[in-house]
Design a protein around this ligand. Structure first.
Ligand code: EPZ
Length: 418
């Protein structure tokens, strides 16, 4: 099992480019199941989860060609089996987004229930209720979702709560359904907008992207096209926070500032000096980091996927703050590891009370989930001395070449075998 050895306490410098968005690329890859032609997708990040989605699609009979480091050519002409096995789904919950496209194109699918996850129960009831409302017959048997439908029909469906992959699944299924589908309280995340833009590019009829009401008019078929994935706003925010906690001036390129409005406002409230350009951000740290309380919310609010990283910022702030995690019921796994590095945090159900400290102390720590591992890497960059972050396969799921990117900024980071 690989670890990261990080020698922290040094400022970083320079600039780096953000990779494509994992949470846009995954549903877009699944959406290729909707059309039996070759599709080219650019700016796909080189991540474990992307490889897993590629393995899943190939397992069904798709051909996936890596045209270049970040370009995939996908052809789902010869899908032989509409089946997503537990062995693959358990390693990546996002596999659930093959359910809607398989059902829409083939009228049948057997997808493993994703099962447990360290950050919460993460049910998929809304995916199932929505597809049933479109006329699918769905049975849960031996841990699998067995779905079939002669023909999906448009429907009006309300999400409660907002669900990102739930919106993705239903939007994809509705593209080939008969008639109009209205999705209310749908996800407004940029990744869902990007998926919708991809679907429109291949011939779908969708309006309302980025609002809580998405309308899809079913069409008969979809066509092959070339598409580019948006940059990853979560990776971008992670590196912005890295600048502040290592007291470094950085330039982060290849991002869409419009996707980061709330995080930028929050970082400015913490004292960050931020200059926003068309596709990049220059950031400089304040003398003292001001604590900033926040709660996580669906887009355009503060994303739950940067909660752990922002906690590290508050740990090093001059004062106390509260962090309210409203999306997932168990997304404070990073707290225990951060406390081992000297953080002063107390938990009260889904609220964390953070008392700022002067400095974190290096210590051996263990990653528990993707975003928690990013927080531990940030903490290690800020802490004087050597920190070993174990189980970094978690971080490789969502951050492309994180050790190489950090080293390019002058960080002392080394990937080691345990
Ligand atoms: C997506 O997960 C992201 N994953 C997550 O990113 C992200 O944290 C999450 O959205 C919230 O923004 C991908 O896009 C691949 P949800 P998803 O359905 O779609 C409840 C990362 O680190 N819910 O929006 O699974 C659920 O329990 C990952 O990249 C139901 O009750 O999240 C949660 O409380 C982690 N029933 C809330 O909705 C359902 O059927 C939001 O979940 C579905 C969800």
């Amino acid at each position: 099992m690989e670890k990261l050895r990080i020698n922290g306490g040094h400022p970083l410098k320079g600039e780096l480019a953000i990779s494509g968005s994992k949470n846009a690329a995954l549903p877009i890859m699944a959406a290729c199941l909707l059309c039996p032609n070759e599709i080219m997708i650019d700016n796909v990040p080189n991540l474990r989860d992307i490889k897993t989605m590629g393995t899943l699609l190939s397992h069904m009979g798709a051909t996936i060609e890596k045209v270049s480091e970040n370009t995939l050519k996908i052809n789902t002409k010869n899908i032989r089996q509409k089946f997503a096995p537990y062995e693959l789904v358990k390693t990546m919950r996002a596999s659930i987004v093959v359910l809607g496209p398989l059902l829409a194109r083939f009228g049948e699918a057997a997808v493993s229930l994703p099962g447990g996850c360290s950050i919460g129960a993460r049910p998929v009831n809304l995916h199932i209720e929505g597809l049933s409302a479109m006329g699918a017959k769905i049975e849960i048997k031996n841990g699998y979702i067995h779905a079939s439908a002669k023909e999906l029909k448009g429907c009006e469906f309300e999400f409660n709560p907002v669900s990102v992959t739930g919106t993705a699944n239903l939007m994809m299924a509705a593209c080939l359904a008969k008639g109009q589908t209205i999705l209310n309280n749908s996800a407004k995340e940029p990744e869902i907008v990007n998926l919708g833009e991809f679907l429109i590019t291949i011939g779908a009829k969708i309006s309302g992207l980025g609002t809580e009401r998405i309308i899809i008019e079913g069409v008969k078929s979809l066509k092959s096209e070339h598409f580019k994935v948006i940059p990853d706003r979560i990776e971008a925010t992670t590196f912005l926070i890295a600048s502040l906690i290592t007291k470094s001036n950085l330039k982060i390129n290849n991002l869409i500032p419009g996707h980061l409005k709330e995080p930028i406002d929050l970082l400015r409230r913490s004292g960050a000096i931020i200059k926003v350009s068309r596709q990049s951000i220059d950031i400089a740290p304040p003398k003292k980091i001001k604590p900033v309380s926040f709660k996580t919310e669906p887009y355009p609010g503060i994303p739950t996927d940067i909660q752990a990283q922002l906690m590290v910022l508050n740990i090093l702030a001059d004062g106390h703050s509260t962090i309210h995690e409203t999306i997932f019921e168990n997304r404070f796994m990073h707290v225990l590891e951060l406390q081992r590095m000297g953080a002063d945090i107390s938990l009260n159900r889904n609220i964390a009370l953070v008392q700022g400290i002067k400095a974190l102390k290096s210590a051996p720590v263990m990653a528990t989930d993707l975003r928690a591992s990013a927080a531990l890497v940030l903490a290690a960059l800020a802490a004087e001395g050597e920190t070993i972050v174990d189980r970094i396969y978690h971080i490789d799921r969502g951050y492309e070449n994180i050790d190489k990117k950090l080293s390019s900024l002058g960080a002392m980071v080394e990937r080691i075998e345990s």
